[in-house]
Ligand binder design. Structure first.
Ligand SMILES: NC(=O)c1ccc[n+]([C@@H]2O[C@H](COP(=O)([O-])OP(=O)(O)OC[C@H]3O[C@@H](n4cnc5c(N)ncnc54)[C@H](O)[C@@H]3O)[C@@H](O)[C@H]2O)c1
Length: 348
């Protein structure tokens, strides 16, 4: 049987994470990068030359309306995802959108409604869900190996320099928040993927060190789940040196701790033969999170997620993480911000 034709990709936004999309598209099976767009002529030209991309433009419409483009990656700053995504969706293109899908639910829902109307796919980037460790944890929870869940928590104790906070980073209008909306969101997404959204949250936010930014550099929240389980989310970019992201899921029959993508605790009342192997598996360096700096991650997770989009289109099947799944983390973070602002618990 012959291979299906390769899908053409475009990228809008040519900053740090666009490089990861570019590498991932190049390595994915069944894809090729057709063109890139960004606001300034100089930056888009430099990116296109560096990455040997034939078509570059400052006109988003010119990119998304190319007939040889099927999928558009949106890698603009977080609060500027909606407009280029709408342009691509209206041109009938599938979109892959960086996290967070948007910075609030109104903008996220406008994007999702437009995609439904156009009948195109929306993938929300959460590359950590593709790690072997994360998938193993998810399977154990879904199989009921932990029994009734008791405490489910996520900790993101990271470091960012003062220099990191230039431009849109830490601004309310474009970043939409700080340590939670930008850095902690991967852990928030993993936690809600593992155990579902809580029924209620009580949140606090603070600017401990990066006092020049508008958003929080530190946040904490208490979670109450409908099942009776409780939990905690902590996120910061203010501390030093920054530790690996940690997610702890503890139940009546077993407890797990995931550090980055490495399972460091894997303990069950009822054991299985494969448990020793899982417990001693080394961290796949390609799935390390950015505890000390944003460029510590590899493009491997993006490659797996971009491959999922290609395969989902070819096989006419749903995506591993669609836009609605990506919306959950935004809903939870916004509820924490709302609780912090109103100084009271908030229901989801
Ligand atoms: N998945 C991850 O682990 C990960 C890591 C880092 C960043 N991100 C996400 O990627 C997105 C971009 O982050 P970054 O660090 O690459 O930012 P960046 O500032 O390095 O790059 C943003 C790019 O978008 C361009 N741009 C800005 N507004 C635009 C507009 N309206 N139209 C077209 N182009 C525009 C800028 O010129 C720049 O080229 C953010 O949503 C961020 O949260 C994800």
């Amino acid at each position: 049987m012959s291979n299906p034709p390769r899908l053409g990709f475009g990228i809008i936004g040519v900053g740090m994470i666009a490089n990861y999309h570019c590498l991932a598209i190049r390595e994915a099976k069944g894809a090729h990068l057709v063109g890139v767009a960004a606001r300034t002529a100089e930056s888009v030209k430099v990116f296109a030359e560096k990455n040997a991309v034939n078509f570059s433009t400052t006109d988003v419409e010119a990119l998304v309306n190319r007939s040889d483009i099927d999928v558009v990656c949106i890698t603009t700053p977080s609060g500027s995802h909606l407009e280029p995504a709408l342009a691509a969706i209206r041109a009938g293109k599938h979109v892959i959108i960086e996290k967070p899908i948007e910075i609030n639910l109104e903008r996220a829902d406008a994007l999702l409604a437009a995609a439904d109307k156009a009948g195109v796919k929306v993938a929300a980037i959460f590359q950590s869900r593709f790690g072997q460790g994360a998938r193993t944890v998810k399977r154990a929870i879904d199989e009921g190996r932990l029994g009734r869940l008791v405490l489910t928590s996520a900790y993101v104790k990271w470091h960012r320099t003062a220099q990191y906070y230039t431009g849109w980073k830490g601004s309310l209008k474009i970043d939409g928040g700080g340590a939670l909306m930008n850095q902690g969101i991967h852990a928030v997404d993993l936690l809600q993927w593992f155990v579902g959204l809580p029924a209620e949250v009580s949140g606090y936010v603070s600017r401990c060190v990066h006092t020049g930014i508008e958003a929080e550099d530190t946040a904490s929240a208490a979670l109450r789940f409908a099942s009776g389980a409780l939990g905690t989310i902590e996120a910061s970019t203010a501390l030093w040196p920054g530790w690996s992201r940690r997610i702890e899921i503890c139940g009546e029959k077993g407890s797990i701790c995931l550090e980055d993508d490495r399972i460091v605790k894997w303990e069950f009342l009822e054991t299985k033969p494969e448990d020793d192997l899982i417990r001693n598996a080394p961290l796949d360096e390609k799935m390390r999170s950015g505890s000390g700096a944003p460029n510590q991650i590899s493009h491997y997770g993006h490659l797996l997620q971009i491959q999922d989009m290609i395969d989902a289109i070819q096989e006419k099947r749903p995506l591993a993480i669609d836009g609605r799944a990506g919306r959950n983390a935004v809903a939870l973070i916004r509820a924490i911000y709302d609780s912090a602002a109103r100084k009271c618990p908030v229901s989801l």
